[in-house]
Design a protein around this ligand. Structure first.
Ligand code: UDP
Length: 327
């Protein structure tokens, strides 16, 4: 059992961050959340955590907050994370994900943080030469979002080598699902599962499929969906000293957009009409993880590997919070 740590969490008011904060607190850690609430929600921050509202672009404030938290570990979730938006506004992605993130790295070094845990993405790979994708595949992102995360991965390697800041970077596949308390609420929702579930919730008449002419069995994109509680557990395992490097987090199973819609129909018990739209720029056809490294090196054991269970937890949260968070 890992000793209790002071953990500084950026983006802890966001979807993935909020659940990681809850799991960290359940595991007995002390948590300070730092979030500018541009995407996150104040009410998504677990009441047991301390909260600092601030922006990573403010280097002095970041340093002050990391110091005040007496942080031993930093979990860095705060980022812009939409492939489509990054294709129209690349500057936002490089400025926030790379430039502002650097302020956090500087603060971590200056305040003697022992471990830096970074939210990376399978979008750093670009279209892979083979699936399932292992961590050693070449990284050739095809959108500025993936490129910005890859740039940060490279900075981590240099900071580890030159400043002895141990890091672990998780390349997430598609985070989905919810806990009882925290779930997915983006003010502008672009993600597949919450958008599809809007139909049985009575908030949309139909869902949209972006591209039906991909070289996949049913023509729609294939992704590897991972439950956010499983994602959070990997972060907690990654806090242990000596656990370092790059890890994929996925289940190793690929589901097409059409299969996700069918699963949402099954779980909600309602028919979900879908309209076929053109491809969304920047989307690789198929991304599926090989997650053996996290299993073998971190002792990671996903609790919700099945898409049915992932969608069922998302559906339960949306039913209980049909309008998401109040703020
Ligand atoms: N997608 C879709 N309709 C939607 C939202 C997403 O067809 O309303 C597709 C999207 O093009 C991609 C997959 O679903 O192929 C997963 O997209 P999402 O935005 O959830 O995650 P991403 O893989 O981009 O991180």
């Amino acid at each position: 059992m890992l000793a209790r740590m002071n953990v500084f969490v950026t983006g802890g008011a966001g979807y993935i961050g909020s659940v990681c904060v809850e799991e960290l607190l359940n595991a007995g850690h002390e948590v300070t959340v730092f979030d500018n609430l541009s995407e996150g929600h104040r009410s998504a921050v677990d009441a047991r955590a301390k909260f600092v509202q601030g922006c990573l672009s403010d280097a002095a404030l970041v340093k002050q907050a990391v110091r005040a938290a007496n942080a031993e570990a930093v979990l860095h979730f705060a980022a812009n994370a939409l492939v489509g938006e990054s294709m129209t506004n690349p500057s936002k992605y490089f400025r926030n994900n790379v430039g502002s993130g650097l302020n956090l790295l500087d603060a971590a070094v200056e305040c003697g943080v022992r471990k830096f845990v970074f939210s990376s993405t399978c979008a750093t790979y670009g279209p892979p030469d083979r699936v399932p994708m292992t961590e050693d595949l070449p990284q050739r992102p095809i959108n500025p979002y993936g490129e910005s995360k890859l740039m940060f991965e490279k900075m981590l390697l240099w900071f580890e080598q030159l400043h002895k800041l141990e890091f672990i970077a998780f390349r997430y596949f598609n985070a989905a699902g919810a806990t009882q308390n925290f779930g997915e609420h983006h003010r502008i929702e672009t993600h597949l599962i919450p958008n599809v579930l809007k139909v049985p919730l009575g908030q949309s008449k139909q869902c949209e499929i972006y591209g039906t002419d991909y070289a996949t069995p049913d023509g729609t994109c294939i992704r590897d969906y991972i439950h956010i509680v499983d994602l959070a557990q990997a972060h907690i395992l990654g806090l242990a000293p000596g656990k370092r490097g790059f890890f994929n987090l996925g289940n190793g199973d690929g589901y097409s957009v059409r299969q996700v819609i069918e699963t949402c129909e099954k779980i909600s018990g309602k028919r979900i009409p879908a309209v076929e739209k053109p491809r969304r720029p920047g989307d690789p056809p198929k991304l599926v993880a090989a997650a053996a490294k996290a299993v073998n090196e971190l002792g990671w054991k996903p609790k919700f590997p099945k898409l049915d269970d992932i969608v069922a937890t998302a559906w339960a949260w949306h039913l209980a919070h049909p309008n998401g968070y109040p703020d």
